[in-house]
Design a protein around this ligand. Structure first.
Ligand code: NAD
Length: 500
């Protein structure tokens, strides 16, 4: 049987490219290549940008309420096809079906938010800023926007971007991760079925060639990126140099600070979910626990018992808690980092490196790993591992814990577990991180708030979705107007105009 080949989606149709470079798309649970994907070349990405440019004037001039109605139909189609979307996510990424369905749901919630666009685009109006002079400000779309997305959320992260961009009247070229291209292509078809005109949303799977074309092409006005920090920095610098508006979300090392007065069983439950859910391949995964004072011993004991009890297997199997990691190469990298951590003195409490899954021997599986007595100089702490590895650092006080979190170069998410309102309030105020949980391990804001980190977790200033997303995908126009009635004096003043 020949392996199916996925083609770009340009101008409302599949766009096969004979002779294109092909990439392998794996099912990480079986290790098999299930599809090939045609990598979009500079020329193909150029065609997608042209299609988006051509579609822009009519889409911009479509009243926001009509755009919102198409979004509402798209939301209904996402709901109707939720199981299929979750299955595609799970099949190419590896996460369990319930986890995949949850991630689709979080994406659909952004579509729901974006259906409120007529309200969100309301501007400002001031009457009589000077005698007979009115001033109003309105928000207009930016033009052609590009989105470049990572492998770990095949539906949700693209849906952080294009629903809001399109609702605002922009057209879009999406470059999904080449590891998980099917979901984005499916979403583009569903959007077309919902009534989206051809060319408004285009999808060009590919690698660095496609990305660099989007970053430098004069036909692209704004770039949203989500992925690792080195690429986020490259995207930010390159696109900004060519005059584009950029938001580039990067990697993370998310800490949970645990105080002795926390609800211990609840905290252990929450941390196991946050560390090992999606095999640790979430940018909001908790990967470092900072245990304060005497809580470390009892906490580690509970975390270990829960980690050992997790069932690892194919994400589509019932009763499985944790699926495989995304590729064989990623698994090797994680194993290498754990080995380096042990060589540096970390204590292995649970070691998942050699776990076997008898019903899926060729899958890219790893068991949960828990390392204790980790210090900030160790590689397992310094690197973003992005796998099912949780490290525990021990400190004496809340002050030390906050200083430790703030010294980390990343600032995506963090959480505190405590029964003390005063400690939580201090943490919330002092911590240098963009998203904070109080007894909430994964504080991902709802769609009607905005998502984004600080420091090396975000290059740019505006976060995604919510009102910051609307700001990113629009620009302000301020209009000052008067309607004179034969009041000219035959002269005219050259002085800076002031209130008159
Ligand atoms: P990645 O940086 O390798 O890839 C992200 C995107 O960039 C992909 O579309 C990829 O094709 C492209 N890309 C990769 N190398 C490139 C290069 N040299 N030049 C140009 N483009 C390139 O990230 P990933 O492995 O797909 O995803 C995991 C990373 O994403 C982790 O670091 C994770 O923390 C991060 N992430 C962050 C957030 C967030 O909101 N901050 C959300 C999800 C994932």
């Amino acid at each position: 049987m020949t392996t199916p080949v996925l083609s770009p989606w340009i101008g409302g149709a599949e766009h096969p490219v004979p002779g294109a470079r092909l990439g392998d798309v794996h099912d990480p649970a079986t290790g098999q290549v299930i599809r090939k994907v045609a990598f979009a070349s500079r020329e193909t990405v150029g065609k997608a940008i042209e299609a988006a440019r051509a579609a822009f004037p009519a889409w911009r001039d479509t009243p926001p309420l009509r755009r919102a109605r198409i979004l509402a139909r798209f939301r209904e189609l996402c709901d109707a096809n939720r199981d299929e979307l979750a299955r595609l996510v799970s099949q190419e990424h590896g996460k369990t079906l319930p986890d995949a369905a949850g991630s689709v749901q979080r994406g659909v919630e952004v579509v729901e938010f974006a259906t409120g666009i007529p309200h969100l685009l309301k501007g400002e109006w001031s009457e009589d800023v000077a005698r007979g002079v009115d001033l109003h400000a309105t928000r207009q779309p930016v033009g052609v926007c590009a989105g470049i997305t990572p492998f770990n959320f095949p539906a949700m992260v693209p849906m952080w971007m294009f629903p809001v961009a399109l609702a605002c009247g922009n057209t879009f070229v999406l470059k999904p991760s080449e590891k998980v291209p099917s979901t984005s292509l499916r979403l583009a078809r569903l959007f077309q079925e919902a009534g989206l005109p051809p060319g408004v949303l285009n999808v060009v799977p590919g690698d660095a060639e496609a990305v660099d074309t989007l970053l430098t092409h004069p036909g692209v006005d704004a770039v949203s990126f989500v992925g690792s920090t080195p690429i986020a920095r490259h995207v930010y610098e390159t696109a900004a140099r060519t005059g584009k508006r950029v938001q580039a979300l990067g990697g993370a090392k998310n800490h949970a600070v645990v105080l002795p007065d926390c609800d211990l069983e609840f905290t252990a439950d929450a941390l196991v979910g946050a560390a090992y859910g999606s095999a640790g391949e979430r940018c909001m995964a908790i990967s470092a626990v900072v245990a304060v004072g005497g809580v470390a011993g009892p906490l580690v004991e509970r975390l270990a018992a829960r980690a050992r009890a997790l069932r690892v297997g194919p994400g589509t199997f019932k009763g499985v808690d944790m699926g495989p990691v995304v590729t064989a190469a990623h698994r090797e990298r994680i194993r290498g980092l754990v080995a380096a951590g042990l060589a540096e003195g970390a204590k292995p409490v649970v070691d998942g490196r050699t776990l076997r899954v008898p019903e899926a021997e060729a899958g890219f599986f790893l068991g949960p790993t828990l390392l204790d007595h980790v210090t900030t100089s160790m590689i397992v702490y310094r690197e973003e591992i992005f796998g099912p590895v949780l490290v525990v650092l021990r400190v004496a006080t809340l002050d030390e814990a906050i200083a430790l979190v703030n010294a980390n170069p990343y600032g995506n998410g963090t959480a505190i577990f405590t029964g003390s309102g005063r400690a939580a309030q201090r943490f919330e105020h002092d911590v240098q991180v963009g998203m904070v949980g109080v007894n909430v391990a994964i504080p991902v804001p709802m769609a009607f708030y905005s998502f984004g980190g600080w420091k090396q977790s975000l290059f740019g200033d505006l976060h995604v979705h919510g009102t910051e997303g609307v700001k990113f995908y629009t620009r302000t126009k301020a209009v000052t107007s008067r309607w004179p009635e034969g009041s000219g004096t035959g002269g005219g003043s050259l002085a800076m105009p002031t209130l008159g």
